[in-house]
Design a protein around this ligand. Structure first.
Ligand code: GMT
Length: 375
């Protein structure tokens, strides 16, 4: 099949999922065309069957906001026609489903029918999409999609609760490419980060308020009262300075390492002992799944889709949002006993294996096929 994928090219989870899906599809012989404003960060190489088409939006002084949707729709129409694309798959409803629908209509004028799949990722529904400024257009474009998927059951439920959705929503969970995990111990330089007797606790996110970075630092400070440890925070975003200040206030600044944005998360996860994800909302929690795949137990909240990924008392523990005390206690429960730690590590890894791309990608292919039959 020839598949056009629209996504955000940045470090966010939806862009990562879209990119990994495109790479996985290309490995299975499909021709994949990424259409977005920058080469996706996880797309390290292009090949005979992976293409990238850049959407450019030239500045014009009249525009306070550059009309990206217009440029994206135009690029979609041109690319779909030029490469004779079979399926359009947009990730993150805003504004991709809307631009995709416009492209579909423009193509129809030329007698070209293309089925569009919209994959809902989370904040496009919960935080941003539900806002009255966007809600009507998001509702409309989800209903105009030929197939809709969501990355968790919880997100499907949220979508049906918040919007007036007429079509089915298929739950296709996020995934991980287990065969291509970089688990090479040669690369695993634990000694560069911590002493032998220190535990390494990790957090990865875009440091936005929804991630509750202050809770990450507060949980860590409580753990430190009983356990020598370092906290590694990977990613960057608006809450970074706040996190630095809280670390200073709590007297733990010298134990917290801010790594910034990174494409080498695997090199940190390989020696991490515990992963913290105390988010306010999380439709799935791809960062937790990536940690688990490396055998890192997860202390998370029980919000959204996290209970569909992290299993209470096995791969980690889940607490109510803001329950810092309990999250710190559970962290210590895992870290302070070698056998317990090992059993959580094993359980995290085997739970992550259930989300292997080999199983999940077939669901997307089956849905693509069904859209082609209907078209
Ligand atoms: O907030 C983020 O983590 C980024 C955001 C995105 O859209 O890129 O992530 C959302 O999609 C991810 C991939 O499907 C999910 O794993 C995240 O849980 C989800 N984030 C939220 O729901 C807050």
């Amino acid at each position: 099949m020839k598949i056009a994928i629209v996504c955000y090219p940045t470090f966010g989870g939806s862009g990562v999922v879209a990119t990994e899906l495109g790479i996985g599809l290309s490995n299975r012989g499909h021709e994949v065309h990424f259409i977005t404003y920058k080469q996706p960060v996880r797309l390290e190489y292009l090949s005979a069957n992976i293409h990238f088409h850049e959407v450019s939006v030239p500045e014009y002084p009249l525009f306070h906001y550059q009309p990206y949707e217009l440029a994206l729709s135009t690029k979609l129409v041109d690319t779909i026609k030029k490469y004779n694309i079979d399926i359009l798959h947009v990730h993150y409803a805003i504004p991709h489903a809307y631009a995709g629908y416009m492209a579909k209509q423009m193509l129809k004028e030329d007698g070209y029918e293309i089925p569009m799949m919209t994959t809902l990722h989370g904040t496009d529904i919960t935080l941003v999409g539900s806002h009255n400024f966007y809600k009507g257009a998001v509702n409309f474009s989800i209903n105009k999609s030929d197939c809709v998927t969501s990355v968790s059951k919880s997100l499907k439920d949220d979508t049906l609760r918040i919007f007036d959705i007429k079509n089915d929503i298929h739950v296709v969970p996020n995934f991980i490419d287990i065969d291509n995990l970089n688990d090479d111990v040669e690369d695993c330089q634990r000694h560069t980060m911590a002493d032998e007797d220190e535990m390494i606790i990790t957090h990865v996110s875009n440091l936005r308020p929804v991630k509750r970075i202050d809770d990450v630092v507060k949980i860590f400070a409580k753990v430190l009262e009983h356990q020598k440890a370092k906290l590694i925070i990977i990613g960057d975003g608006p809450e970074r300075d706040k996190a630095v200040n809280i670390a200073i206030d709590l007297g733990v600044r010298d134990r917290v390492i801010f790594m910034g944005k990174s494409n080498d998360i695997e090199k940190i996860l390989c020696f991490s002992d515990l992963f913290l994800l105390p988010s306010e909302k999380e439709s799935f929690g791809l960062a937790a799944l990536e940690a688990m795949a490396h055998g890192v137990p997860v202390i998370s909240t029980n919000t959204g889709g996290l209970p569909e990924v992290n299993i209470q008392g096995q791969s980690g523990y889940l607490s109510d949002v803001g329950n810092i005390e309990e999250m710190a206690e559970n962290a210590l429960k895992i870290l302070q006993n070698r056998e317990t730690h090992q059993s959580f590590k094993d359980a995290a890894k085997s739970r992550a294996n259930e989300f292997d791309i080999k199983n999940i990608i077939k669901s997307y292919e089956a849905l693509y096929e069904s859209m082609l039959v209907k078209a």
